[in-house]
Ligand binder design. Structure first.
Ligand code: HEC
Length: 111
């Protein structure tokens, strides 16, 4: 009985810490969107004539591999963004890898 209670608490803690990690990533993602390139991704993407990232992702029209490729390689008017993303303070603080940081913006934009 005692042992199974311990297991239950352990499982709950693991679930909670997973949740915290996901929320943290989303918060860092929001900071990236607001701060990358100094003026944020929104400086261009909140303008209606540029791709509306949230809408595209929610509609299933911008899969993560395509998102990641554009950030790494750029695309026409879209500058390469990985360096700018890695320079955002909270990304450095969280010690994220490039892929984790890209995931974080994608997670933020998926909400
Ligand atoms: C200087 C303006 C500018 C900034 C800053 C910018 N983008 Fe873009 N982005 C564009 C333009 C313009 C396009 C459309 C390129 C094309 O398809 O010709 C684009 C395209 C994209 C695409 C591809 C969309 C698709 O449907 O293939 C992604 C993903 C993207 N941007 C993400 C970001 C993220 C994330 C940031 C911030 C880290 C960012 N952009 C910052 C201008 C910008």
């Amino acid at each position: 009985m005692k042992k199974s209670f311990g297991l239950l608490v352990g499982a709950a803690l693991i679930a909670i810490s997973g949740q915290v990690a996901a929320n943290e990533a989303e918060e860092v993602g929001a900071k990236i969107y607001d701060r990358a390139f100094g003026r944020g991704c929104g400086a261009c993407h909140d303008i209606a004539s540029n791709p509306q990232l949230k809408e595209l992702i929610k509609a299933g029209k911008l899969p993560k591999d395509q998102f990641s490729k554009v950030l790494k390689e750029g695309k026409n008017g879209m500058p390469k963004a990985v360096e700018a993303i890695m320079a955002v303070g909270p990304v450095k603080k969280a010690n994220m890898t490039e892929d984790q940081a890209i995931d974080a913006v994608y997670t933020y934009l998926s909400k």
